[in-house]
Design a protein around this ligand. Structure first.
Ligand code: GLU
Ligand code: ZN
Length: 281
């Protein structure tokens, strides 16, 4: 078993992240497997080396360890580009020049407003007619043509408890739509990078929050399109604050660093999120 924790270094590690990391670590350890850390820093406008250092320090303090060097997504833009070129050559991508406002205006039904998918408003397809020939375009967003990409697919994936989830092509088209696989400013996207790197690192079990469960069908489709294996998925409960609100990165009050400064021990953190505490801690 190979699990991973894949933070974006855009803020402090909070209780919810710590839970995710410890769970992935515990699962790998219980199975005699390996836990990996991956730095998801494709958003170079928000990623900071200081946050990466803090995350590494907090995870170490929590008692986690992993092989080095860690994989850093900003080092792998060429690999993502190759995958995009492969999809582009098969006519599965098209360039999109819409901004948020264009999309909202085109997608909004008079009464109901716009339908929402995992990445926000479901794209209305304004740019779908754009030419798909020639070399892979640079400096533009690229969207996956979901209708073509899902033609004839029969996909399923396993949850870590052995249950199976089937993916209905029509739900990918209507509930998710033409997702962005390359953002103009990044040349890649979360969905594309995560799928390529989970495969590159041989991840067998993806452990992550239930907030990302909606993205999993997109990832399984991409694995199919790129000929990559599909890991098992474990979507864990989200750690909420006392008011029942989901913890956000900016809630510094829940930062592990804050608890550390207040004198909490790693065992205290494990107890707070409901994980077993080992007798030697
Ligand atoms: N980098 C993502 C995040 O911090 C997590 C990616 C994943 O676990 O699939 O939200
Ligand atoms: Zn567009």
């Amino acid at each position: 078993m190979i699990t991973r924790f894949a933070p974006s270094p855009t803020g402090p590690l909070h209780l919810g992240h710590a839970y995710s990391a410890m769970l992935a670590h515990d699962m790998a350890q219980a199975a005699g497997g390996t836990f990996l850390l991956r730095i998801e820093d494709i958003d170079q406008t928000r990623a900071r080396p200081e946050w990466e250092a803090q995350i590494t320090d907090d995870l170490t303090w929590l008692g986690l360890s992993w092989p080095r060097p860690v994989l850093r997504q900003s080092d792998r833009l060429v690999v993502y580009r190759d995958a995009l070129a492969h999809l582009w050559d098969r006519g599965l991508l098209y360039p999109c020049t819409c901004n948020r406002r264009d999309i909202l205006a085109a997608a909004s039904a008079p009464q109901e407003g716009a339908a929402m998918g995992p990445d926000g408003v479901i794209y209305p397809g304004t740019c779908r007619h754009k030419p798909r020939s020639g070399p892979l375009p640079a400096d533009t967003a690229l969207r996956l043509d979901m209708k073509i990409a899902t033609q004839g697919i029969d996909l399923k994936y396993y949850l870590d408890n052995g249950a199976t989830r089937s993916i209905a092509p029509h739900s990918l088209i209507t509930d998710i739509g033409d997702v962005v696989l390359a953002r103009r400013d990044m040349g890649t996207s979360y969905h594309l990078s995560v799928v390529i790197d989970d495969a590159a690192q041989g991840i067998t079990d993806v452990v992550r929050g239930a907030d990302l469960a909606e993205a999993t069908p997109i990832h399984v489709l991409l694995q199919h399109l790129l000929d990559l294996p599909t890991p098992a998925y474990h979507h864990h409960r989200l750690i909420r604050d006392d008011a029942g609100k989901r913890l956000a990165k900016r809630d510094d009050a829940r930062a592990i660093a804050t608890y550390r400064a207040e004198g909490a021990t790693p065992a205290d953190i494990r107890r707070m999120v409901g994980l077993p505490v080992h007798s030697d801690k």
